[in-house]
Design a protein around this ligand. Structure first.
Ligand code: PMV
Length: 321
């Protein structure tokens, strides 16, 4: 049997979530140890079968509803490739990325699927990060409503990015990470739908435009300053900026008691900084640690109620040539 396989990482937003939807800069990095993997295989049964055992998903493309994310990925790819018919296929997705937790699971599943299909169907014209990221963005619109584009970018390019939503083209920049950033990613265990949180922030912004514009602009300044501190290897300043960003996210109403408790617990035992990451109201938080403080912070996060804590190290990114 002929098979094609591709995978894509999870991600964390280091700075600038929510404000990024309104055109301010944000920084995100891949989390390579949690991944979504897609296997595309020729099949003898007619049609395209979409299976995701971890997500409890088994559907046929022909009868999947319009808002089904896996079917949407296939349909968008089929349209982009101009293929009137698809061969008989089985598409199986497995993932170790917790869903609805701010780790980019939706973008990773779509990226892995689209990459594996592009390879399998030999769609060479679409076989580049830019095209794949663009298709994943279109799938993300289902989950997010008005996605900024940062998730699909960091997950498809799989490297830290400084991102700014713009028209006609987003600004996507790699940057030097002078000193590796050691992060703990702690899961609150609370699932939260990005589309709802983003819509709620939009309602607040519409009700109080001056106040929210001010908060978004402050997040943008923090992301820009963080890029400078990361490029300079100034880990202490990067940590302080995370703390400031969390305070702004609290004012935006996207933190909650659990996230605040985890952020405080990390700070109390020596984290250089901590903040919620992603849409908020649950999902994950991140804490910047050193080799020396890592274990104490991990224990403090678990004691404060984190369901799981994983370590990810953001290493210097390869520069594009
Ligand atoms: O997918 P999440 O939960 O990491 O959130 C994405 C980040 C937001 O800024 C809240 C939304 C967006 O589209 O950028």
């Amino acid at each position: 049997m002929i098979e094609s396989c591709a995978s894509a990482p999870g991600k964390v937003i280091l700075f600038g979530e929510h404000a990024v939807v309104y055109g301010y800069p944000a920084i995100a990095a891949p989390v390579s140890q949690v991944r979504a993997t897609a296997v595309v295989a020729d099949s003898e049964q007619p049609g395209v079968h979409l299976i995701a055992p971890d997500l409890g998903h088994s559907r046929w493309l022909a009868t999947a509803p319009a808002d089904d994310p896996m079917a949407t990925a296939v349909r968008l790819l089929q349209t982009a490739a101009g293929l009137p018919h698809l061969p008989n296929l089985t598409v199986t997705v497995t993932t170790t990325i917790p869903i609805a937790s701010g780790l980019g699971s939706g973008a990773a599943v779509a990226t892995a699927m689209i990459r594996a299909l592009v390879q399998h169907l030999q769609l060479d014209r679409l076989n580049n990060n830019e095209q794949i990221s663009d298709l994943v963005y279109q799938v993300e619109r289902l989950h997010h409503g008005t996605p900024s584009g940062i998730d699909n970018t960091v997950v498809t390019y799989e490297r830290p990015v400084y991102f700014m939503r713009d028209i006609p083209a987003n600004r996507i920049e790699t940057f030097t990470v002078a000193e590796p950033l050691r992060l703990l990613v702690a899961d609150t265990g609370q699932r939260s739908a990005t589309i709802d949180v983003v819509a709620d922030v939009r309602r607040h912004w519409e009700a109080q435009p001056a106040r929210f514009d001010h908060l978004f602009a402050a997040c943008g300044r923090i992301a820009a300053a963080a890029r400078t501190s990361i490029e300079a290897g100034d880990v202490a300043t990067t940590g302080r900026l995370m703390q400031e960003n969390h305070a702004l996210l609290q004012l935006m109403t996207v933190s909650n008691g659990t996230l605040d408790r985890l952020v405080e617990a990390a700070g109390a035992v020596g984290a250089l900084g901590a903040k919620l990451s992603g849409a908020g109201r649950g999902g994950n938080m991140i804490a910047l640690v050193t080799e020396i403080t890592e274990e104490a912070v991990r224990e403090a996060l678990k004691t404060a109620g984190a369901r799981s804590v994983l370590t990810t190290i953001i290493e210097p990114a390869e520069r594009e040539t």
